[in-house]
Design a protein around this ligand. Sequence first.
Ligand SMILES: *[C@@H]1O[C@H](CO)[C@@H](O)[C@H](O)[C@H]1NC(C)=O
Length: 456
Amino acid sequence: MALLLRLLALSLLLAVATPIRDVTDACSSQVKDFPHLNSSGIHLTLHHPRSPCSPAPLPADLPFSAVLTHDDARIASLAARLAKTPSSRPTALDESSSPDESLASVPLGPGTSVGVGNYVTRMGLGTPAKSYVMVVDTGSSLTWLQCSPCVVSCHRQSGPVFNPKASSSYASVSCSEPQCSDLTSATLNPAACSTSNVCVYQASYGDSSFSMGYLSKDTVSLGSSSMPNFYYGCGQDNEGLFGRSAGLIGLARNKLSLLYQLAPTLGYSFSYCLPTSSSSSGYLSIGSYNPGQYSYTPMASNSLDDSLYFIKLTGITVAGKPLSVSSSAYSSLPTIIDSGTVITRLPTGVYSALSKAVAAAMKGTPRASAFSILDTCFQGQASRLRAPAVSMAFAGGAALKLAAPNLLVDVDSATTCLAFAPARSAAIIGNTQQQTFSVVYDVKSKRIGFAAGGCS
Ligand SMILES: *[C@@H]1O[C@H](CO)[C@@H](O)[C@H](O)[C@H]1NC(C)=O
């Protein structure tokens, strides 16, 4: 019987091990010598959420229409955040778990949908450090991960759930520590307090995804560096985070974000190159960067939500010709640059002009019917079609000169669509358009920079 079990286990192991090894062989986990990286920063490998190289890939059968539906939910929650409308609250932690009655009455403000668009990296936590797969989000601030005993709910994740009892450097944060009050701006929800005086956070992301649990501190390890007393959420009720990630790294402009907590030692900047779904190599770098290689645009300030990264779009050209819209059309809505939105949203007038100009430039290509939120579609695949040169210009002279894969997205095996859509209350520069560029967020100098060829 024991032998039989062993044979069974072995055959399972082999069945699982073979394809995994094939995939990982093709995927480098080492950060290459990218030209935009400065040796004094922390460098992490970044994976596309649908890449087979991701340590926690989304389900392979997730249709692209579902990606777009979640993208729209993220946009809706960003819009609600700017409009400061309240959202519904998730279920509270179980009564028996000790957070007191006050939890039940905490109103939840909206966040952004974690959705399916966010890129993935690894973060070490605890002593001894263990590694966790995390999504990276410039649109939110608090870092959190699923935490045992998962009082209410944890979804399946890649690797074991973080166990605070197994970390000698773990501590929960009391309600009187200032970081507990900082939660209000970091999560847009006020903190609650458990009966044992532990600070309780609630991070909600629209699309009914959220995490709730204990504000905690522990040693964080990134690459070969580590920092003690990093504040993060130890999630006891986690719903709606897609894929097998353990949690989320927040990189927004807020005291509690990973960026700000590391900044006193590393500096107030981070940069990334977002790889395409078929390439393995991208990076997230925190701290110093090589400034000479970028073209910059100022970070615009916006009183609607000062944790998001606003910039000013000033023009778009198609095949060298400016769109036929007034220059004021570009600034008719605030513009956010976001790592987790898949499809760029433009003010309606600008979008219509772009759609017309691209369709005119591709008039020899048979059209296809609209797909979900994308209405400018063509028969064929992006890589085989001749797409016009499209360039997006920003205040100060920075530009994104889009290659075909930044302009068109394949929605199924026979159809490709213009990867832009009309905006509601805010324009968003999404990640399809940022792919393969190095993008630096220099919070200290209040500027965002773009450089081509970031992932190679
Ligand atoms: C790398 O960063 C350091 C510290 O910020 C800076 O002094 C140096 O000039 C940077 N290197 C390059 C090549 O830009």
